[in-house]
Design a protein around this ligand. Structure first.
Ligand SMILES: [Zn+2]
Length: 256
């Protein structure tokens, strides 16, 4: 199906942004649907032919990201971290430690805005491209890696994202299964972590891209205890089920 982009562009300045999250039908899917290509490339799973999956973490680096690195290292499991540019500048040593541990680094914007928010300012293309470019620069400077993957904040894609992705050589990534781990704090953490691990493990199949969070947007010292506990439980469970964990480049391009 080919979508009529010119008519969508005509809608861009019509106040649609405020309604983008609550909308229904075509626009809601275009903005947030994991398979929507309306606002740029979007990959949400790998091949189903191999028993492999990719762990991804958004919103880092955070002060407790090193604790997550320890858990992954214990099981020799690689992951992909979608880092926020401002968090990288706040914790450059942690950002570098993620890269040096052998994980892939993706771009999760510079300041984590909701791209469809009218207050972001127009033209959105210039603002969105700046968000991606500044994050790209911060990540490259502090980790030595040039990201090739991008995950939109809140999973929200908008006008101007597609050209921005193309100009920076980025591919948009969504997810197959999301943890909803950011909704919970350490209070009642074990129970919440158990519920997250159980729900995620039920939904997984070969080629899945899992989405968790080692930060909480731009929060300083984010509470990620529930995320840590959920990952601590989930990884050995999935290894026992015969899954192999891969960085995104290996899951999506097995010849890498
Ligand atoms: Zn995020």
């Amino acid at each position: 199906m080919v979508f009529a982009l010119p008519s969508l562009n005509a809608l861009a300045g019509s106040g649609l942004g405020a309604a983008c999250l609550g909308g229904t039908g075509f626009m809601a899917w275009a903005v947030r649907g994991r398979s929507s290509q309306v606002f740029g490339s979007s990959v949400w799973r790998g091949s189903t032919s191999r028993r492999a999956l990719a762990l991804t973490f958004d919103d880092g680096p955070g002060e407790d990201t090193p604790r997550l690195l320890e858990i992954l290292d214990r099981h020799r499991v690689p992951a992909t971290f979608f880092q926020i540019g401002l968090n990288v500048k706040r914790l450059p040593g942690v950002a570098r430690a993620v890269s040096e541990a052998g994980h892939a680094i993706g771009n999760h914007s510079y300041s984590h805005p909701m791209f469809c928010n009218p207050r972001l300012g127009f033209p959105p293309r210039r603002r969105i491209e700046e968000e991606l470019r500044l994050a790209q620069e911060a990540i490259t400077e502090h980790t030595g890696r040039v990201p090739v993957w991008f995950r939109a904040p809140y999973g929200v894609r908008w006008f101007g994202l597609g050209p921005a992705l193309r100009s920076l050589g980025l591919t948009g990534i969504m997810w197959s299964v999301i943890g909803y781990d950011w909704k919970r704090t350490g209070v009642g953490g074990n129970e919440a972590a158990q519920a997250i691990a159980a729900r995620v493990s039920r939904k997984i199949s070969s080629g899945a891209i899992l989405c968790f969070h080692d930060g909480r947007e731009l929060r300083v010292k984010p509470d990620i205890v529930v995320t840590l506990e959920a990952v601590r439980r989930l990884v050995p469970l999935l290894l026992d089920q015969g899954y192999q964990f891969e960085r995104l480049e290996n899951l999506l391009c097995p010849k890498n």
